[in-house]
Design a protein around this ligand. Sequence first.
Ligand code: NAD
Ligand code: 3PG
Length: 410
Amino acid sequence: MQTSYPRQDIKVLLLEGVSASAVEVFHRAGYSQVELHAKSLPEDELKARIGEAHIIGIRSRTQLTAEVLAQAKRLIAVGCFCIGTNQVNLGAARLAGVPVFNAPYSNTRSVAELVIAEAIMLLRGIPQKNAQCHRGGWAKSANGSYETRDKVLGIVGYGHIGTQVGVLAESLGMRVIFHDIETKLALGNARAVSSLDELLERSDVVTLHVPETPATQLMIRAEQLAKMHAGAMLINASRGSVVDIEALATALREGKLAGAAVDVFPLEPKGNDDAFVSPLVGMDNVILTPHIGGSTLEAQDNIGIEVASKLVRYSDNGSTLSAVNFPEVTLPEHPHSRRLLHIHRNVPGTLSRINELFSAGNLNIDAQFLQTDSEVGYVVIDVSADEAQANALKAQMAAIPGTLRSRVLY
Ligand SMILES: NC(=O)c1ccc[n+]([C@@H]2O[C@H](COP(=O)([O-])OP(=O)(O)OC[C@H]3O[C@@H](n4cnc5c(N)ncnc54)[C@H](O)[C@@H]3O)[C@@H](O)[C@H]2O)c1
Ligand SMILES: O=C(O)[C@H](O)COP(=O)(O)O
Protein backbone atom coordinates (compact mmCIF):
# COMPACT_ATOMS: atom_id res chain seq x y z
CA MET A 1 0.00 0.00 0.00
CA GLN A 2 1.37 3.44 -1.00
CA THR A 3 1.52 5.58 2.15
CA SER A 4 0.68 9.31 2.00
CA TYR A 5 3.94 10.21 3.68
CA PRO A 6 6.60 8.38 1.62
CA ARG A 7 8.45 5.71 3.61
CA GLN A 8 11.78 6.90 2.23
CA ASP A 9 11.21 10.27 3.96
CA ILE A 10 10.64 8.69 7.37
CA LYS A 11 13.72 9.09 9.58
CA VAL A 12 14.50 6.17 11.85
CA LEU A 13 17.06 6.72 14.60
CA LEU A 14 18.34 3.58 16.34
CA LEU A 15 20.56 3.96 19.42
CA GLU A 16 22.51 1.70 21.79
CA GLY A 17 23.64 -0.86 19.22
CA VAL A 18 20.19 -2.11 18.27
CA SER A 19 20.70 -5.26 16.17
CA ALA A 20 21.29 -5.03 12.42
CA SER A 21 18.27 -7.32 12.06
CA ALA A 22 16.12 -4.24 12.83
CA VAL A 23 17.78 -2.24 10.06
CA GLU A 24 17.05 -5.07 7.65
CA VAL A 25 13.35 -5.07 8.59
CA PHE A 26 13.11 -1.31 7.97
CA HIS A 27 15.00 -1.52 4.67
CA ARG A 28 12.88 -4.42 3.43
CA ALA A 29 9.75 -2.41 4.23
CA GLY A 30 11.05 0.55 2.18
CA TYR A 31 12.39 2.73 5.00
CA SER A 32 15.76 3.79 3.66
CA GLN A 33 16.68 6.51 6.18
CA VAL A 34 17.82 4.36 9.10
CA GLU A 35 20.64 5.68 11.27
CA LEU A 36 22.27 3.28 13.73
CA HIS A 37 24.37 4.44 16.72
CA ALA A 38 26.40 2.08 18.89
CA LYS A 39 25.82 4.12 22.08
CA SER A 40 23.16 6.15 23.81
CA LEU A 41 23.44 9.91 23.13
CA PRO A 42 24.19 12.63 25.70
CA GLU A 43 20.93 14.39 26.69
CA ASP A 44 21.60 17.57 24.66
CA GLU A 45 22.35 15.62 21.52
CA LEU A 46 19.39 13.33 22.15
CA LYS A 47 17.06 16.35 22.40
CA ALA A 48 18.40 17.70 19.11
CA ARG A 49 18.31 14.38 17.26
CA ILE A 50 14.89 13.25 18.47
CA GLY A 51 13.48 16.49 17.02
CA GLU A 52 14.29 15.21 13.52
CA ALA A 53 13.23 11.60 14.01
CA HIS A 54 9.90 10.01 13.10
CA ILE A 55 10.78 6.74 14.80
CA ILE A 56 13.30 6.21 17.59
CA GLY A 57 14.66 2.87 18.77
CA ILE A 58 16.43 2.58 22.14
CA ARG A 59 17.45 -0.04 24.69
CA SER A 60 17.53 0.24 28.49
CA ARG A 61 20.07 3.10 28.72
CA THR A 62 18.41 6.00 26.90
CA GLN A 63 16.10 8.05 29.11
CA LEU A 64 13.12 9.39 27.16
CA THR A 65 11.90 11.83 29.80
CA ALA A 66 9.01 14.26 29.39
CA GLU A 67 11.56 17.01 28.58
CA VAL A 68 13.21 14.91 25.90
CA LEU A 69 9.86 13.87 24.42
CA ALA A 70 8.76 17.52 24.35
CA GLN A 71 11.43 18.07 21.65
CA ALA A 72 10.11 15.19 19.56
CA LYS A 73 7.82 17.18 17.30
CA ARG A 74 7.78 14.68 14.43
CA LEU A 75 7.95 11.49 16.44
CA ILE A 76 5.28 8.92 15.61
CA ALA A 77 6.50 5.92 17.63
CA VAL A 78 9.13 4.66 20.08
CA GLY A 79 10.64 1.17 20.02
CA CYS A 80 12.27 -0.21 23.17
CA PHE A 81 14.46 -2.98 21.78
CA CYS A 82 14.36 -4.76 25.15
CA ILE A 83 11.81 -5.85 27.77
CA GLY A 84 11.93 -2.94 30.23
CA THR A 85 10.12 0.30 29.33
CA ASN A 86 10.81 2.17 32.59
CA GLN A 87 13.35 4.37 30.75
CA VAL A 88 10.50 6.02 28.84
CA ASN A 89 7.99 8.41 30.38
CA LEU A 90 5.09 6.36 29.04
CA GLY A 91 2.45 8.84 30.17
CA ALA A 92 4.15 11.75 28.44
CA ALA A 93 4.54 9.67 25.27
CA ARG A 94 0.84 8.70 25.38
CA LEU A 95 -0.25 12.34 25.76
CA ALA A 96 2.00 13.26 22.87
CA GLY A 97 0.12 10.65 20.81
CA VAL A 98 3.20 8.42 20.57
CA PRO A 99 2.81 4.67 21.10
CA VAL A 100 5.71 2.75 22.65
CA PHE A 101 6.49 -0.83 21.63
CA ASN A 102 8.87 -3.36 23.22
CA ALA A 103 9.89 -7.02 22.96
CA PRO A 104 8.28 -8.63 25.98
CA TYR A 105 9.74 -12.15 25.53
CA SER A 106 12.64 -12.17 23.10
CA ASN A 107 15.44 -12.15 25.69
CA THR A 108 13.63 -14.06 28.46
CA ARG A 109 15.49 -17.30 27.86
CA SER A 110 18.89 -15.53 27.77
CA VAL A 111 18.31 -13.96 31.20
CA ALA A 112 17.02 -17.24 32.65
CA GLU A 113 20.09 -19.16 31.43
CA LEU A 114 22.46 -16.58 32.92
CA VAL A 115 20.68 -16.70 36.27
CA ILE A 116 20.85 -20.50 36.43
CA ALA A 117 24.55 -20.44 35.55
CA GLU A 118 25.13 -17.85 38.28
CA ALA A 119 23.19 -19.87 40.87
CA ILE A 120 25.45 -22.86 40.15
CA MET A 121 28.62 -20.74 40.26
CA LEU A 122 27.65 -19.01 43.50
CA LEU A 123 26.67 -22.25 45.25
CA ARG A 124 30.07 -23.72 44.34
CA GLY A 125 31.98 -20.62 45.46
CA ILE A 126 33.48 -20.36 41.98
CA PRO A 127 33.81 -16.54 41.88
CA GLN A 128 36.21 -16.60 44.86
CA LYS A 129 38.09 -19.69 43.64
CA ASN A 130 38.45 -18.19 40.17
CA ALA A 131 39.78 -14.92 41.63
CA GLN A 132 42.30 -16.76 43.83
CA CYS A 133 43.62 -18.82 40.92
CA HIS A 134 44.03 -15.63 38.86
CA ARG A 135 46.21 -14.27 41.65
CA GLY A 136 48.34 -17.43 41.69
CA GLY A 137 46.53 -18.96 44.68
CA TRP A 138 45.31 -22.55 45.08
CA ALA A 139 42.36 -23.19 47.44
CA LYS A 140 41.26 -26.76 46.77
CA SER A 141 38.53 -27.35 49.30
CA ALA A 142 34.88 -28.42 49.51
CA ASN A 143 34.12 -25.81 52.16
CA GLY A 144 31.36 -23.46 51.07
CA SER A 145 30.66 -25.53 47.92
CA TYR A 146 27.23 -27.04 47.38
CA GLU A 147 25.20 -28.83 44.74
CA THR A 148 22.10 -27.07 43.46
CA ARG A 149 20.04 -30.22 44.10
CA ASP A 150 17.55 -29.70 46.95
CA LYS A 151 18.57 -26.08 47.49
CA VAL A 152 15.75 -23.56 47.71
CA LEU A 153 15.57 -20.97 44.94
CA GLY A 154 13.39 -17.98 45.85
CA ILE A 155 12.08 -16.07 42.82
CA VAL A 156 10.79 -12.54 43.38
CA GLY A 157 8.59 -11.60 40.41
CA TYR A 158 7.17 -14.76 38.82
CA GLY A 159 6.58 -13.36 35.34
CA HIS A 160 8.10 -14.40 32.02
CA ILE A 161 11.67 -14.57 33.26
CA GLY A 162 10.88 -15.75 36.79
CA THR A 163 8.84 -18.71 35.53
CA GLN A 164 11.56 -19.72 33.01
CA VAL A 165 14.15 -19.58 35.77
CA GLY A 166 11.89 -21.75 37.93
CA VAL A 167 11.43 -24.39 35.22
CA LEU A 168 15.18 -24.59 34.53
CA ALA A 169 15.99 -24.67 38.27
CA GLU A 170 13.60 -27.57 38.85
CA SER A 171 15.31 -29.53 36.09
CA LEU A 172 18.45 -29.28 38.25
CA GLY A 173 16.55 -30.55 41.28
CA MET A 174 16.20 -27.20 43.03
CA ARG A 175 13.12 -26.50 45.13
CA VAL A 176 11.42 -23.38 43.79
CA ILE A 177 9.38 -20.90 45.78
CA PHE A 178 8.17 -17.55 44.49
CA HIS A 179 6.61 -14.27 45.53
CA ASP A 180 4.56 -12.07 43.21
CA ILE A 181 2.00 -9.33 43.78
CA GLU A 182 -0.32 -11.10 41.33
CA THR A 183 -1.77 -14.58 41.72
CA LYS A 184 0.27 -16.73 39.38
CA LEU A 185 -0.04 -20.25 38.05
CA ALA A 186 2.82 -22.19 39.67
CA LEU A 187 4.70 -24.21 37.05
CA GLY A 188 5.99 -27.70 37.86
CA ASN A 189 6.42 -28.11 41.60
CA ALA A 190 7.00 -24.42 42.35
CA ARG A 191 5.13 -23.01 45.33
CA ALA A 192 3.95 -19.47 46.00
CA VAL A 193 4.83 -18.13 49.45
CA SER A 194 2.72 -15.72 51.42
CA SER A 195 5.17 -12.80 51.59
CA LEU A 196 8.52 -11.47 50.49
CA ASP A 197 9.79 -11.95 54.05
CA GLU A 198 8.91 -15.64 54.00
CA LEU A 199 10.72 -16.05 50.69
CA LEU A 200 13.82 -14.29 52.01
CA GLU A 201 13.88 -16.42 55.16
CA ARG A 202 13.49 -19.74 53.32
CA SER A 203 15.73 -19.33 50.26
CA ASP A 204 19.32 -20.43 49.74
CA VAL A 205 19.45 -18.32 46.59
CA VAL A 206 17.16 -15.34 45.96
CA THR A 207 16.76 -14.09 42.39
CA LEU A 208 14.95 -10.86 41.48
CA HIS A 209 12.76 -10.57 38.37
CA VAL A 210 10.48 -7.63 39.04
CA PRO A 211 10.10 -4.57 36.78
CA GLU A 212 11.15 -1.09 37.91
CA THR A 213 8.08 0.47 39.53
CA PRO A 214 7.56 2.73 42.54
CA ALA A 215 6.81 -0.43 44.59
CA THR A 216 10.03 -2.21 43.58
CA GLN A 217 12.26 0.81 44.23
CA LEU A 218 14.82 -0.33 46.86
CA MET A 219 12.67 -3.37 47.51
CA ILE A 220 15.79 -5.11 48.90
CA ARG A 221 17.43 -2.98 51.60
CA ALA A 222 19.40 -3.76 54.79
CA GLU A 223 16.18 -4.83 56.51
CA GLN A 224 15.37 -7.40 53.81
CA LEU A 225 18.95 -8.63 53.54
CA ALA A 226 18.92 -9.20 57.32
CA LYS A 227 15.98 -11.59 56.83
CA MET A 228 17.98 -13.85 54.50
CA HIS A 229 19.68 -16.72 56.24
CA ALA A 230 23.43 -16.62 56.87
CA GLY A 231 25.37 -17.75 53.83
CA ALA A 232 22.49 -17.19 51.36
CA MET A 233 23.06 -15.59 47.96
CA LEU A 234 21.39 -12.88 45.92
CA ILE A 235 21.07 -12.53 42.16
CA ASN A 236 19.84 -9.30 40.60
CA ALA A 237 19.27 -9.22 36.85
CA SER A 238 16.15 -7.05 37.04
CA ARG A 239 16.84 -3.34 37.56
CA GLY A 240 19.55 -1.54 39.57
CA SER A 241 16.93 0.49 41.43
CA VAL A 242 15.51 -2.64 43.10
CA VAL A 243 18.46 -3.22 45.46
CA ASP A 244 20.18 -0.86 47.88
CA ILE A 245 23.66 -1.57 46.57
CA GLU A 246 25.48 -0.10 49.59
CA ALA A 247 23.45 -2.35 51.90
CA LEU A 248 24.25 -5.34 49.68
CA ALA A 249 27.97 -4.50 49.77
CA THR A 250 27.82 -4.31 53.58
CA ALA A 251 26.00 -7.67 53.88
CA LEU A 252 28.64 -9.28 51.65
CA ARG A 253 31.56 -7.64 53.46
CA GLU A 254 30.22 -8.73 56.84
CA GLY A 255 29.73 -12.32 55.62
CA LYS A 256 25.97 -12.26 56.10
CA LEU A 257 25.60 -13.21 52.44
CA ALA A 258 28.03 -15.71 50.91
CA GLY A 259 27.85 -14.29 47.42
CA ALA A 260 25.94 -12.28 44.87
CA ALA A 261 25.60 -11.92 41.11
CA VAL A 262 24.65 -8.47 39.88
CA ASP A 263 23.92 -7.53 36.27
CA VAL A 264 22.13 -4.20 36.78
CA PHE A 265 23.19 -1.15 38.76
CA PRO A 266 21.73 2.12 40.03
CA LEU A 267 24.25 3.96 37.86
CA GLU A 268 25.39 2.30 34.68
CA PRO A 269 28.00 3.63 32.24
CA LYS A 270 26.53 5.21 29.10
CA GLY A 271 28.65 3.06 26.84
CA ASN A 272 31.54 0.62 26.68
CA ASP A 273 34.20 3.35 26.82
CA ASP A 274 32.96 4.79 30.13
CA ALA A 275 34.21 3.68 33.55
CA PHE A 276 32.16 1.37 35.76
CA VAL A 277 32.04 2.37 39.43
CA SER A 278 30.31 0.32 42.15
CA PRO A 279 30.80 -0.51 45.83
CA LEU A 280 30.84 -4.16 44.73
CA VAL A 281 34.00 -3.79 42.63
CA GLY A 282 36.88 -5.86 44.03
CA MET A 283 34.73 -8.32 45.99
CA ASP A 284 35.80 -11.84 45.12
CA ASN A 285 32.46 -13.41 46.02
CA VAL A 286 30.50 -11.23 43.60
CA ILE A 287 29.88 -11.92 39.93
CA LEU A 288 29.61 -8.56 38.17
CA THR A 289 28.27 -8.39 34.64
CA PRO A 290 27.65 -5.26 32.52
CA HIS A 291 23.87 -5.49 32.07
CA ILE A 292 24.16 -8.37 29.62
CA GLY A 293 21.31 -10.56 30.87
CA GLY A 294 19.54 -10.20 27.54
CA SER A 295 22.67 -9.73 25.44
CA THR A 296 22.95 -12.87 23.37
CA LEU A 297 23.12 -12.80 19.60
CA GLU A 298 19.96 -14.89 19.41
CA ALA A 299 18.00 -12.54 21.67
CA GLN A 300 19.24 -9.34 20.03
CA ASP A 301 18.53 -10.67 16.55
CA ASN A 302 14.98 -11.66 17.53
CA ILE A 303 14.36 -8.39 19.38
CA GLY A 304 15.52 -6.42 16.33
CA ILE A 305 13.02 -8.20 14.12
CA GLU A 306 10.16 -8.12 16.64
CA VAL A 307 10.30 -4.44 17.59
CA ALA A 308 11.14 -3.14 14.11
CA SER A 309 8.20 -5.15 12.71
CA LYS A 310 5.84 -3.59 15.27
CA LEU A 311 7.12 -0.10 14.37
CA VAL A 312 6.73 -0.74 10.63
CA ARG A 313 3.23 -2.13 11.16
CA TYR A 314 2.20 0.96 13.13
CA SER A 315 3.79 3.32 10.64
CA ASP A 316 2.28 1.50 7.65
CA ASN A 317 -1.22 0.65 8.86
CA GLY A 318 -1.76 2.23 12.27
CA SER A 319 -1.83 -0.99 14.30
CA THR A 320 -1.01 -0.39 17.97
CA LEU A 321 -1.37 -4.06 18.89
CA SER A 322 0.93 -4.79 21.88
CA ALA A 323 1.84 -1.12 22.47
CA VAL A 324 2.62 -0.71 26.18
CA ASN A 325 1.12 2.77 26.69
CA PHE A 326 -1.66 3.06 24.16
CA PRO A 327 -5.15 1.80 23.34
CA GLU A 328 -4.74 -1.27 21.14
CA VAL A 329 -6.29 -0.86 17.70
CA THR A 330 -5.81 -2.97 14.63
CA LEU A 331 -7.91 -2.96 11.45
CA PRO A 332 -7.57 -5.14 8.35
CA GLU A 333 -6.69 -3.13 5.25
CA HIS A 334 -9.51 -2.09 2.95
CA PRO A 335 -7.66 -1.77 -0.35
CA HIS A 336 -9.97 0.81 -1.93
CA SER A 337 -10.26 3.04 1.14
CA ARG A 338 -8.15 5.82 2.56
CA ARG A 339 -7.06 5.38 6.16
CA LEU A 340 -7.08 8.21 8.69
CA LEU A 341 -5.81 8.10 12.26
CA HIS A 342 -6.97 10.33 15.07
CA ILE A 343 -5.44 10.34 18.55
CA HIS A 344 -7.21 12.50 21.12
CA ARG A 345 -7.72 13.11 24.80
CA ASN A 346 -10.47 10.81 25.97
CA VAL A 347 -13.26 13.32 26.42
CA PRO A 348 -16.93 12.51 25.73
CA GLY A 349 -18.24 13.45 22.31
CA THR A 350 -14.99 13.28 20.32
CA LEU A 351 -16.08 10.36 18.14
CA SER A 352 -19.41 11.95 17.31
CA ARG A 353 -17.59 15.14 16.30
CA ILE A 354 -15.35 13.11 14.01
CA ASN A 355 -18.32 11.27 12.51
CA GLU A 356 -20.18 14.55 11.93
CA LEU A 357 -17.30 15.64 9.69
CA PHE A 358 -17.68 12.52 7.59
CA SER A 359 -21.45 12.84 7.23
CA ALA A 360 -21.18 16.56 6.47
CA GLY A 361 -18.78 15.68 3.65
CA ASN A 362 -21.14 12.88 2.54
CA LEU A 363 -18.28 10.40 2.81
CA ASN A 364 -18.85 6.73 3.46
CA ILE A 365 -16.99 5.16 6.39
CA ASP A 366 -15.90 1.68 5.26
CA ALA A 367 -14.59 0.65 8.69
CA GLN A 368 -13.87 2.30 11.98
CA PHE A 369 -12.28 1.12 15.21
CA LEU A 370 -12.02 3.19 18.39
CA GLN A 371 -10.26 2.17 21.59
CA THR A 372 -9.80 4.36 24.62
CA ASP A 373 -8.00 4.23 27.93
CA SER A 374 -8.52 6.61 30.83
CA GLU A 375 -6.63 9.43 29.09
CA VAL A 376 -6.40 8.79 25.39
CA GLY A 377 -8.64 7.66 22.55
CA TYR A 378 -7.34 6.26 19.27
CA VAL A 379 -9.56 5.82 16.25
CA VAL A 380 -8.67 4.36 12.86
CA ILE A 381 -11.10 5.18 10.07
CA ASP A 382 -11.22 3.75 6.57
CA VAL A 383 -13.17 5.99 4.24
CA SER A 384 -14.12 6.07 0.56
CA ALA A 385 -12.51 9.37 -0.35
CA ASP A 386 -9.98 10.80 -2.76
CA GLU A 387 -6.66 12.25 -1.65
CA ALA A 388 -7.90 15.85 -1.43
CA GLN A 389 -10.96 14.84 0.57
CA ALA A 390 -8.82 12.76 2.96
CA ASN A 391 -6.42 15.66 3.52
CA ALA A 392 -9.31 18.05 4.11
CA LEU A 393 -10.80 15.63 6.64
CA LYS A 394 -7.46 15.32 8.39
CA ALA A 395 -7.24 19.11 8.74
CA GLN A 396 -10.79 19.27 10.10
CA MET A 397 -10.12 16.44 12.56
CA ALA A 398 -6.93 18.18 13.71
CA ALA A 399 -9.07 21.19 14.70
CA ILE A 400 -11.26 19.14 17.06
CA PRO A 401 -10.49 20.22 20.66
CA GLY A 402 -8.41 17.59 22.49
CA THR A 403 -6.71 16.30 19.32
CA LEU A 404 -3.21 14.96 20.02
CA ARG A 405 -2.37 13.75 16.50
CA SER A 406 -4.16 13.16 13.23
CA ARG A 407 -2.70 11.58 10.11
CA VAL A 408 -3.69 10.35 6.69
CA LEU A 409 -1.91 7.01 6.42
CA TYR A 410 -2.82 6.18 2.83
N1 NAD B 1 19.34 -7.92 32.95
C1 NAD B 1 18.77 -7.83 31.78
O1 NAD B 1 19.42 -7.70 30.75
C2 NAD B 1 17.27 -7.91 31.69
C3 NAD B 1 16.70 -8.50 30.55
C4 NAD B 1 15.33 -8.57 30.47
C5 NAD B 1 14.53 -8.04 31.48
N2 NAD B 1 15.11 -7.45 32.56
C6 NAD B 1 14.28 -6.92 33.65
O2 NAD B 1 13.53 -7.98 34.18
C7 NAD B 1 12.24 -7.52 34.47
C8 NAD B 1 11.28 -8.68 34.48
O3 NAD B 1 11.09 -9.19 33.18
P1 NAD B 1 9.88 -10.17 32.82
O4 NAD B 1 9.88 -10.34 31.36
O5 NAD B 1 9.91 -11.37 33.66
O6 NAD B 1 8.66 -9.25 33.25
P2 NAD B 1 7.18 -9.71 33.59
O7 NAD B 1 6.35 -8.50 33.52
O8 NAD B 1 6.81 -10.89 32.77
O9 NAD B 1 7.28 -10.21 35.09
C9 NAD B 1 7.44 -9.35 36.19
C10 NAD B 1 6.70 -9.97 37.36
O10 NAD B 1 6.97 -9.18 38.52
C11 NAD B 1 5.76 -9.06 39.25
N3 NAD B 1 5.84 -7.90 40.13
C12 NAD B 1 5.68 -6.59 39.80
N4 NAD B 1 5.82 -5.82 40.89
C13 NAD B 1 6.08 -6.65 41.91
C14 NAD B 1 6.31 -6.45 43.31
N5 NAD B 1 6.31 -5.22 43.83
N6 NAD B 1 6.53 -7.54 44.08
C15 NAD B 1 6.52 -8.80 43.55
N7 NAD B 1 6.30 -9.04 42.24
C16 NAD B 1 6.08 -7.99 41.44
C17 NAD B 1 4.68 -8.97 38.19
O11 NAD B 1 3.40 -9.28 38.70
C18 NAD B 1 5.19 -9.98 37.18
O12 NAD B 1 4.69 -11.28 37.41
C19 NAD B 1 11.97 -6.49 33.36
O13 NAD B 1 10.99 -5.56 33.76
C20 NAD B 1 13.32 -5.85 33.18
O14 NAD B 1 13.40 -4.73 34.03
C21 NAD B 1 16.46 -7.37 32.69
O1 3PG C 1 14.87 -4.63 29.72
C1 3PG C 1 15.62 -5.43 29.16
O2 3PG C 1 15.24 -6.17 28.22
C2 3PG C 1 17.01 -5.59 29.66
O3 3PG C 1 17.30 -4.76 30.72
C3 3PG C 1 18.03 -5.54 28.57
O4 3PG C 1 18.29 -4.21 28.21
P1 3PG C 1 19.37 -3.90 27.07
O5 3PG C 1 18.72 -4.10 25.75
O6 3PG C 1 19.78 -2.49 27.30
O7 3PG C 1 20.50 -4.89 27.25
